[in-house]
Design a protein around this ligand. Sequence first.
Ligand SMILES: [Mg+2]
Length: 364
Amino acid sequence: MPSAVSTPTAPNGKVPPTNNPELAGKKRKIVCFSDFDGTIFMQDTGHVLFDTYGCGAARRAELDAQLKSGERSFKDVSEEMWASLKVPFDDGFAVMERTLEMDADFQAFHRYCLENDIPFNVISAGLKPILRRVLDRFLGEDESARINIVANDAEITPAAAAAAAAAAAAADADNNSSREGGDGAADGGKNEKESSWRWRPVWRHDDSALGHDKAISMAEARREAERACAGEDGAVPLIVFIGDGVSDLPAAREADVLFARRGLRLEEYCREHGIAYTPFDTFADVQREIQHIKEEDEAATGGRGAPARFNPRANLWRRISNNSNPAKPALAASPAAAGEKPDPAAAAAAGQGGSAPEETTVSA
Ligand SMILES: [Mg+2]
């Protein structure tokens, strides 16, 4: 399981030397995965957009309640929230640019990853075009391009263009398409205001109530990392996950080392269930601990075989979830990951990513 705060740093409790020449060239492949909203950025991109230009905070609270009660799925309420946005992409981006705060040490941490050949991936329930543009703005396009984003795609287009495209598609399918269209679609959207845009998620896992099942993506990424390492003297990658919310649990269960932002719901959950994790206040803490783990691992294994901190029990998190207190449906965050039919309550837990204390809100 992931490393605990209390995990000894080495068998003898001492931090091993860092410059042992015998260890040169025997580097463990470390691969980082991180949540976006509430983790890299202190706010939630979706909340900023919906509260400023979309359904508003009050309606968002109603939708969160429907999600929490199981009345509606994460994907369902998310689609309503995104559809409530009518502003051009640039306007939506402008408010994010003004509002979002990046973790003060994230850029330094990302440069550390680049210097140490540590692939850094974002894994998010949000929309990739938005996340990319935010990273481009806050990191610069060159550095942003070095980050792989695993998230839902999106169509963010002028409503007239979207309606025209829909009408054209309908015409392809049916020559009688011009008879109806709803919402002005059949007339190419000429009733829409020029400024009206459509924001529509293109779900990564359309058959999942979560839209993006992070556990599936993480498992895929882990297998890919293992394949990439297979030719390197049988090396096994060390998978790091960094998050803040209960929605991160399905992804976190695939990790060898788990970081949870201090004081938020993921940390609370780990404490409640005795799950090993390392707390962090900023990415400087993450960087220090990863450097420490690298040194510990190189001393203990020479970078070969299984990492010194290794999570061999892929099903651990699922078992914990299944044994959770039924009065806390938000804890059952991984049934979809387990191949079971996701229920709405689990979707409520797994689909959001907002900040604590209530981990039952929809986030981007
Ligand atoms: Mg989050």
